[in-house]
Ligand binder design. Structure first.
Ligand code: ADP
Length: 191
């Protein structure tokens, strides 16, 4: 199985690039942000709790997210592999993911780290908010999310670096060029 984590700050293009990756490589997309937004739309028990955190730009507690992901992994097709988008977001989630995949006899092959500077991230988030109406894409929440990213998610860079799995990808320029850089890295690891 080819299991890849796509990693980066809010607005770094994880979702956009994941869509292109799944089309080309046939991987199964798991986006915790998309799943949570669906739970909120359905006003499920999890959705109602998650909304309180998401609207403030905070992370949904690890315990809830890890349980949600374990259930999704159990039901997901396993022929080709997964692209994890927006998960893991904390060291605890990273460790839990390794454990869950190990139980299935597989592991993460690479963590693609999309690098974009902060001023551009804010610009992209505001643009997306204006286009999609996503409630957490406003200036105040964007700053809160970035702060959370730097304090809680960035330590995962070291986690994947230590495992020899971190691949830095320049996340600026046009979408096709960024995708081309990603493909070169994926082709190298699956060879
Ligand atoms: P972005 O990367 O632009 O912040 P996402 O759609 O990945 O967008 O996530 C939106 C929000 O959903 C996050 O700010 C967070 O509150 C919540 N969320 C998504 N994935 C996780 C996760 N793995 N752990 C905790 N919270 C999460």
């Amino acid at each position: 199985m080819v299991n890849i984590v796509i990693f980066g700050a809010p607005g770094s293009g994880k979702g956009t690039q994941s869509d292109l990756i799944i089309k080309k490589y046939g991987l199964h997309h798991i986006s915790t942000g998309d799943i949570l937004r669906e739970e909120i739309a359905n006003q499920s028990e999890l959705g109602i709790i998650a909304e309180r955190f998401i609207s403030k730009g905070q992370l949904v507690p690890d315990e809830l997210i890890i349980r949600m992901l374990a259930e999704i992994l159990d039901k997901a097709p396993t022929e080709k592999g997964f692209i994890f988008d927006g998960f893991p977001r904390t060291l605890e989630q990273g460790e839990a993911l390794d454990k869950l995949l190990k139980e299935k006899g597989t592991c993460i092959l690479a963590a693609l780290n999309l690098e974009v500077e902060e001023s551009e991230l804010i610009e992209r988030i505001l643009k997306r908010g204006a286009l999609s109406g996503r409630k957490d894409d406003n200036l105040e929440t964007a700053h809160a999310r970035l702060k959370v990213y730097y304090s809680q998610t960035e330590p995962l860079k070291e986690f994947y670096k230590k495992q020899g799995k971190k691949i830095n990808i320049k996340g600026t320029g046009n979408i096709e060029d960024i995708f081309e850089r990603i493909c070169q890295s994926i082709d190298r690891i699956i060879k």
